[in-house]
Ligand binder design. Structure first.
Ligand code: GAP
Length: 451
């Protein structure tokens, strides 16, 4: 059972340390959120799961970690300076500002007035001054997508790795968009992370690779615990496509506020490399690109057989980390009235805390020392964070760990000191079993292998 509504998730996230409004002490800032002690682990686990499946488990993808500050020249040739905008309207009555395409009946949501300005393009990129003189002569953008730095690093990466298409470059990192109306918790925010893959292929093979990546990405989401009946594939209409795209499939998810985009998988053709390459006239570039006399670098590949140089096409699966976290929380959230509990049934690889070790009596040194030993032993298996709960309130501990999705609680009681065994409680079934201390690492590893 998924969350009943967004409020259930927002409340759980604040109460248990997943997500807080950013700058909270001063009233928060719209469209900005911080990930707390539990949220940071969930987010990291999701990113690691993506990285593992995209980079480690394959042999045709390299990683990158590039800067956020991006030269205006990059974003000029990428088309973002001219086209990365949303239609903005002002309400003439109450002076509020809205995204024209999100209004119902062209009406101001704040005061219901229909007296609005004509929509005008509002560029979503944040600008910042570079260097000590802030006179507008030297500035950078905070990147609106991680992709552009992948394209401008293309030559560095092929030269240092000897890759030829088909191959990909993956990156996870922050992106920034000055959204006109951030909303729906962490769904639409102004600062977020993207998990982006730019997969370079020979022109002509792009449509098959496009299908391949859509399929791969659907399978990956389902391995993260997102049920396939809540995912819908939507082919973006021609007139709605981004300026760089020949075709895009949006992976839509039924969020608590409605069916919306979780990830986009675009066929960016030869638009990006074709825009940033030097000597554009030397190649057959199919996309409509801005003439570029500034680039210093050839972003083309020589075909081994025909010896002809060509600009690779790009297939791009691009997923938002925050939207992923929201979907996963929504899927895992379970209200069990019969057990009077809320439980997060997360996939175990995503669980923020892998096990809680609980001495039955607070500050009892024999129990606490043993708990510490178990924590160190399990932690050394490298599966994630194991924590000690030394409050002595076992009922409260179980409730907290159910709500943050900890797969197992390990209780050290006085029997443990006598017969060297502990009680392990399973999050989902609430069943408890006695496990010998000598077998605890095995039990723990097997659980994570099988769940
Ligand atoms: N490089 C391609 C690109 O950026 P996009 O569809 O604009 O394409 C990709 O963004 C993904 O990034 C989206 O599917 C979404 O998951 C996430 N995303 C975009 N804007 C966002 C925002 N304002 N807040 C949170 N996530 C966002």
């Amino acid at each position: 059972m998924t969350a009943k509504n967004m409020e259930d998730l927002v409340s759980l996230c604040k109460r248990r340390g997943f997500i807080f409004p950013s700058n909270d002490v001063y009233g928060g800032m719209k469209g900005l959120y911080d990930f707390g002690p539990i949220g940071v682990e969930l987010k990291m686990n999701l990113k690691n799961s993506w990285w593992k499946s995209i980079v480690y488990e394959r042999d045709d993808i390299e990683g990158l970690d590039s800067t956020i500050l991006t030269s205006p020249t990059v974003l000029k040739y990428s088309g973002h300076e001219d086209t990365f905008s949303d239609p903005l309207v002002d309400c003439k009555k109450c002076k509020s500002r809205w995204r024209a395409d999100q209004l119902e009946n062209s009406q101001c949501p704040a005061c219901n007035s229909n007296d609005l300005t004509e929509p005008r393009p509002f560029n979503l990129m944040f600008k910042t001054a570079i260097g000590p003189v802030d006179d507008g002569s030297s500035f950078a953008y905070l990147r609106p997508e991680t992709a552009q730095q992948i394209f401008v690093n293309f030559k560095n990466i092929i030269d240092s790795t000897s890759r030829t298409p088909p191959f990909g470059i993956a990156q996870i990192g922050k992106s920034f968009r000055n959204e006109i109306t951030p909303r729906n918790f962490i769904f639409r925010v102004r600062e977020f992370e993207q998990m982006e893959l730019e997969f370079f292929v020979k022109p002509g093979s792009d449509e098959d690779w496009h299908k391949y990546w859509v399929d791969q990405r659907l399978k990956w989401w389902s391995k993260q615990g997102v049920s396939s009946d809540k995912l819908k594939l939507l082919e973006v209409e021609q007139e709605e496509l981004s300026h760089y795209s020949k075709a895009t499939f949006d992976i839509m998810y039924e969020f608590p506020h409605g069916l919306e985009e979780l990830e986009g998988v675009a066929n960016r053709t030869d638009f990006d490399l074709g825009s940033h390459t030097k000597n554009q006239e030397d190649y057959e570039i199919n996309a409509k690109v801005t003439p570029n006399k500034n680039s210093t670098t050839k972003l083309a590949i020589q075909d081994i057989e025909s010896k002809k140089w060509y600009i690779p096409y790009v297939i791009e699966p691009s997923a938002g980390v925050e939207r992923g976290v929201l979907a996963i929380l929504n899927e895992a959230y379970t209200q069990e009235d019969e057990n009077n509990r809320t439980v997060l049934k997360l996939k175990s690889h995503l669980s923020p805390i892998k096990a809680a070790v609980i001495p039955l009596k607070r500050n009892n040194s024999d129990l606490v020392n043993l708990a510490n030993k178990i924590k160190v032993e399990l932690q050394s298996l490298g599966l994630g964070r194991v924590m000690i709960e030394n409050s002595g309130n076992i009922g409260k501990n179980y409730r907290r760990h159910d709500e943050i999705g900890t797969p197992m609680c390990i209780t050290i009681d006085f029997e443990t000191l006598e017969n060297q065994s502990v009680t392990i409680r399973d999050r989902d079934t609430m069943k408890q079993e006695r496990v010998d201390l000598s077998n605890i690492s095995n039990f723990y590893s097997n659980y994570f292998k099988n769940n």
